[in-house]
Design a protein around this ligand. Structure first.
Ligand code: ME8
Length: 523
């Protein structure tokens, strides 16, 4: 089926620094973007999902120096770590942009030149403080006890000539834009934070770094002694990655539809620098910037020195891809901070996945194999209890799109589990194993098992964005011949899509129960 497109949808993740290997925080944003884009495709949107890597600037240059390799060689090696993790995590991005690619560099230089030609960029002397790890300038009054207000590390005093973007002139326009568009910055607490920040005068943005201090960057087109400030370079990926100034039809399909998913650490760059840059370029701001919360690990901040950085590859090896995707989306409301611990992860897997979903799947399929030789039976007249199951499925399908539009992933999963619970309850109450005892109850047995399998088909359809591999397994075990990724929520979410006469495949456990004591030893 090729449903008519419902419109276009564009989602991005931050482009991650390649100064280090990816960890659970990077995986979190990327999985969330993947879940949302898969859901939008299921709804029938023409969607585009962009992720990538941020490869210039001091952090990356320093990391390469420490390893004694050329920065580009370093980037080429590190980028593979991100790309292979995204493949393992089943991330369905449509493109992957690296800021060292020509297609990106050309756009950055074009934008800089345009802004310069129109007087939006000027040169001036800068005297003040600089935080090297954050790559940010601070005035004396910004500092916290003489240190960087963001990371509380030492700052250095500098005096140098640089180029500045006239960001300050857009302050009242930006405030107005945020006030008029209550979904531009979400959640609302982050919107208030930025409106508070904008009560103080906005300064112009320093967008260059002298080459004598930093070589690893995109050269400023009108002054070869300078490279571009890494944030000015990086933010532009969101438009260079969809063909700005190179592929106009594609660009105009997806801009300004963009939803930027970010962590709360990079809120100001995305909601102050980026919209004003776009305004300077003459482009409309993105539709939404959603800043999610921060993950700690067993109650502590993740850091190399504490040696508690959670490596997603290890979690996949231990628990499996879909269990990790489920945990990340289910455990914490998107927007709130969360804490990772093996104990909570094991608990989630055992209760929601092994007990609720896994048991439902294996007992339903096993009964069809036992009582109907694995052939999907033909249902007959429906009773009140059968209709109730259908109603609970229809109710869930009606609720999900709104919850997903609000990026309320955990609420959506709680809602989806209502069908899982309703189906388990249905099986308990109809007791097919008793119906199987009497030949006269065979039509009723056929109906009950058909209804249960159909509920499982709908569960698989709705679960697909969250747990693609599990959903595919369920889909093929249910004997579905159509391609799961070509389904449409409106048409295929209707009750009755499962065809009697199809052949069930013998189930293997979807999620084996984890033995807590054995797992503790292993960890
Ligand atoms: O900031 N909890 O890249 P970055 C949740 N290159 N999310 C986390 C996290 C944690 N503990 N740690 C990291 C940069 N993240 C820039 C972005 S975009 C134009 C340029 C996630 O490698 C979260 O999405 O430091 C955060 O915003 C991002 O990784 C920072 O990645």
């Amino acid at each position: 089926m090729c449903p008519k497109s419902k419109g276009t949808f564009y989602i991005t993740t931050p482009i991650y620094y390649v100064n280090d290997v990816p960890h659970i925080g990077h995986a979190y944003t990327t999985v969330a973007a993947d879940v949302l884009v898969r859901f939008k495709r299921l709804e029938g949107y023409q969607a585009f999902f962009l992720t990538g890597t941020d490869e210039h600037g001091q952090k990356v240059e320093k990391a390469a120096q420490e390893r004694g390799v050329d920065p580009k060689v370093h980037c080429d090696e590190m980028v593979k770590r991100f790309q292979s993790l995204w493949r393992r995590l089943n991330i369905s991005n449509d493109d992957f942009i690296r800021t060292t690619e020509d297609r990106h560099k050309k756009v950055v230089q074009k934008i800089l030149q345009d802004l310069y030609d129109r007087g939006e960029i000027y040169q001036a002397s800068y005297e003040g403080w600089y935080c090297i790890p954050c790559e940010r300038f601070w005035t004396e009054k910004d500092l916290t006890e003489g240190k960087c207000p963001d990371c509380l590390r030492e700052v250095v005093e500098i005096s140098e000539k640089n180029y500045f973007f006239r960001m300050s002139q857009y302050q009242s326009w930006l405030i107005d834009h945020i006030e008029k568009n209550d979904r531009f910055i979400l959640p609302p607490s982050r919107r208030n934070e930025i409106l508070g920040f904008l009560q103080n005068p906005l300064e112009d943005l320093c967008i260059s770094r002298p080459k004598k201090r930093l070589k690893w960057g995109i050269e400023i087109p009108f002054d070869p002694d300078y490279v571009t400030y890494v944030w000015f370079d990086a933010l532009i990926n969101y438009v260079s990655g969809i063909g700005y100034s190179s592929d106009n039809p594609r660009f105009s399909d997806f801009w300004p539809e963009a939803i930027h998913l970010i962590g709360k650490d990079i809120l100001t760059t995305h909601t102050v620098y980026w919209p004003t840059m776009l305004r300077g370029i003459g482009l409309t701001p993105p539709k939404m910037v959603f800043a999610h919360g921060w993950w700690t690990v067993e109650g502590k901040k993740m850091s190399k020195s504490l040696q508690n950085v959670v490596e997603p590859n290890r979690l996949i090896d231990t628990y499996g891809v879909d269990a990790l995707r489920y945990f990340l989306m289910r455990e914490v409301p998107f927007g709130m901070d969360g804490d990772f611990s093996h104990a909570t992860m094991v608990h989630r897997i055992n209760s929601d996945l092994a007990n609720d979903l896994g048991n439902l799947f294996s007992r339903a399929l096993s009964m069809v194999i036992r009582y109907f030789d694995g052939i999907i039976p033909v249902p007959s007249s429906l009773q009140e209890i059968d209709l109730r199951l259908q109603e609970s499925s229809a109710k869930v399908i009606a609720q999900l799109p709104g919850q997903m539009n609000d990026l309320a992933f955990n609420k959506a999963l709680i809602t989806l589990w209502e069908i899982v619970s309703a189906s388990n309850k249905y099986v308990d109450e109809t007791a097919p194993w008793s119906l199987a005892k009497e030949e006269k109850d065979r039509p009723r047995l056929a109906t009950v098992l058909y209804q249960t399998l159909e509920a499982l088909r709908i569960i698989a359809l709705l679960l697909a964005p969250f747990m693609p591999t599990t959903a595919e397994k369920m889909w093929t075990h249910l004997g579905m011949e159509s391609n799961l990724w070509e389904q449409n929520l409106e048409a295929d979410g209707n009750w009755g899509g499962l065809k009697p006469g199809g052949k069930i495949v013998k189930p293997t456990p979807l999620f084996p129960r984890i033995d807590t004591t054995k797992m503790e030893k292993k960890i």
